[in-house]
Design a protein around this ligand. Sequence first.
Ligand SMILES: [Zn+2]
Length: 254
Amino acid sequence: MIRQEEITARLVQFFKEYLDENENLTYLNQLREILTTSPKRSMEINWEHLSAFNPELAGELLENPEDVILAAEDAIQIVLQEEFFKKNPPKIHARFYGLPKTYSIKEVGVENINKFIQIEGIVARTGGIKTFSPRITFICEDCGYTMIRIQKPFGKAIKPRKCENCGGKEIEIDTNESQFLDIQQIWIQDTSDKRTKIKAILLDDLVDTVSTKDKIIATGILRIVPKEKRSPIIFEKLLEVNHITKQAKTEGQT
Ligand SMILES: [Zn+2]
């Protein structure tokens, strides 16, 4: 495993120096566009470019995606500060596509848990848009001490048991100081077997970008979560989506 600071430094270099076949600085150009003409909250990164620039790092993304995606988002902040002189750069997501292997929903297995994978399937159902807090600030009702907890978009909320300052148990969420994002669940079915589905989570700018029957290619981190409260031994797979490409609308399939 490569150290986190080393990953960030290499990604900074990749974003600053990567030249495509036409000698364009692909990622610097994309960031310039995000800052000026097309305000977006994501940068799209082709895995093949990363693999050509630094194969070890491209492999690390597949094996250790949570750390590499966070490092890429840190690297984007550094590039925005160093190349575009932004003092408080906007938060930009790092979204990777173009992985070397595409799995059908049926092929996704336990060996993929916590790995970065690319799947192909058909959107079977989309859920409503809800609100998720990736970073909750808790406040002690007794002494006013605040505690920040980073949250995952699956599983249970992480909450302090008691105040770290006074030991008080009356702890509330401070909504003014917490971060909030849109979140949506969708279900993606296998292209040849509609009984086989996987649940997927879309966050922020990915929310409401696909609809039922869309054929999609998605990348993301495969997670496993208990299926029901009453049966903790049954788990289900869930894809924490990083990037979505819409292909065509499928006809006549439900
Ligand atoms: Zn307290």
